[in-house]
Write a protein that binds this ligand. Structure first.
Ligand code: HAM
Length: 426
């Protein structure tokens, strides 16, 4: 019987996992500079956290969740995104009551959506995301956008497009909603079944429909930007002016509708414009949410964040031909022959590793020549040879594979010697 990984999941093997570690480190460092701290929340949550009330009309919540009953008969869901969990934790731990607001978090972890898999779309994927909770200063929006753009730029990506929109506040959205309902009402029967439901629940989502994209009424649909009230207009202007002072380019798209229901005001996506990136061009998305904290049982608190999948980030790096500076070689390979030499090699390998040196050795009882071959294949910078003669003389032969130079070093000194060689004597 052979068992494969479920559709839409993948194994990340050595050769690729180094890339993941590298980008995760870079993103973590970026967050450190922006003063966002890591939060780790559970991978599964009570289903109600994602399915809040009956108003949710998004595909993510309606059709794509991995929801099941646990053995205690409670409905739990593998998290489809990170924002709801972060907000739940913010409320549960009463973080809103602490000084030093806004609270600024980042997270990296697996998310689950039952989608039709294709390139850039998986059923398990890893999101890097940030959330800033507890301030509705438009400068925070600009900070989140700046971090989002930098996360790609600092890794060397260039073909990026920041697409920005404002979904306004409740009042603006209500006015826009009415305008949309009136606009689409005469075409109701021509729209797909989902859109007919959306017209009642959340007409904004009609603009995001893949089936009805070509319907002529789409093009003439009223734009949210025409329905922004003074406060929302002013808010949007301020966000844009902060982006301008930082020199961050963006394009406005009044039809940008996000795939989750909780957004107000700022909404954005970052797209890859790299050739050969694939059919899905969205690298990441996010925006401001004002009702979510209250919906989860906390006080009225506004937040903003964004998330990207590492999978799509790596796809973009590949499409743009960006080489990450990875060190995939091996510092030392220990070659030993004979029972006594093997014993000494085991001890020395242990000592070197304790001293911080990366070492590997043979475990297949290979002949000397085959051990050298293995060292070569593994890209060892140094090969340390211990034979009977060396043991007798209490030395070890150290071969620098880059220069070809060989030296005999006493067994007592070799740990310090290798440390010096590999750290440049620092
Ligand atoms: P989202 O747009 O649903 O937003 O997802 C954000 C990002 O996650 C996408 O742009 C994409 O990079 C990645 N992603 C989503 N689904 C998949 C998939 N099936 N396969 C691979 N990558 C995927 C959110 O999740 C919000 N929580 C973002 C946010 C944070 N808004 C405010 N704060």
């Amino acid at each position: 019987m052979s068992i494969n990984a479920p559709r839409g999941t993948q194994d990340i093997l050595p050769g690729t996992s180094e890339k993941w570690q590298f980008v995760e480190q870079q993103l973590t460092d970026l967050c450190r500079r922006y003063h966002y701290k890591e939060i780790r929340t559970p991978i599964f949550e009570h289903t109600e956290l994602f399915q809040r009330g009956v108003g949710d009309s998004t595909d993510i919540v309606q059709k794509e969740m991995y929801t099941f009953e646990d053995r205690g008969g409670r409905s739990v869901t593998l998290r489809p995104e990170g924002t709801a969990s972060v907000v739940r934790s913010f409320v549960q731990n009463k973080i809103y009551g602490l000084p030093n607001q806004p609270t600024k978090y980042f997270y990296i972890g697996p998310m689950f959506r039952y989608e039709r898999p294709q390139q850039g779309r998986q059923r398990q994927f890893v999101q890097f995301g940030i959330e800033a909770l507890g301030s509705d200063d438009p400068a925070v929006d600009a900070e989140v956008l700046a971090l989002a753009m930098s996360s790609y730029e600092e890794l060397g990506l260039k073909s990026l497009k920041l697409v920005l929109n404002s979904l306004g506040d409740q009042e603006s959205r209500e006015a826009h909603r009415k305008a949309l309902v009136n606009h689409f009402a005469p075409y109701r029967d021509e729209l797909c079944a989902d859109c007919q439901v959306r017209l009642d629940q959340n007409p904004l989502r009609v603009l995001d429909c893949k089936k009805d994209r070509e319907h002529p009424a789409m093009e003439t649909a009223p734009s949210i930007l025409e329905y922004l009230n003074e406060y929302s207009k002013d808010y949007f202007e301020k966000v844009k002016s902060f982006l301008d002072v930082m020199g961050i380019d963006y394009v406005i798209d009044p039809n940008l509708v996000r795939g989750l229901d909780y957004y107000n005001h700022t909404a954005f996506e970052i797209m890859s414009e790299a050739e050969g990136f694939g059919a899905i061009t969205t690298l990441s998305g996010g925006g401001r949410y004002t009702g979510l904290v209250q919906e989860v049982g906390g006080p009225e608190t506004s937040g903003i964040g964004f998330a990207m999948s590492i999978e799509r980030l790596l796809m973009a790096l590949e499409a743009e031909g960006v080489e990450l500076p990875l060190d995939e070689g091996l510092d030392c390979y220990m070659v030993a022959l004979g029972e006594e030499a093997e014993k000494a090699a085991v001890r020395l390998t242990y000592e070197l590793r304790k001293a911080g040196v990366q070492v590997d050795k043979d475990y297949l009882g290979k002949k000397m020549k085959a051990q050298f071959k293995a060292a070569d294949r593994l890209g060892a910078k140094y090969v340390l040879v211990l034979g009977d003669r060396e043991l007798e003389d209490n030395v070890i032969n150290v071969k620098d594979m880059t220069s070809g130079e060989q030296k005999e070093i006493s067994l007592e000194e070799v740990v310090n010697y290798m440390k010096d060689q590999l750290t440049g004597g620092e």
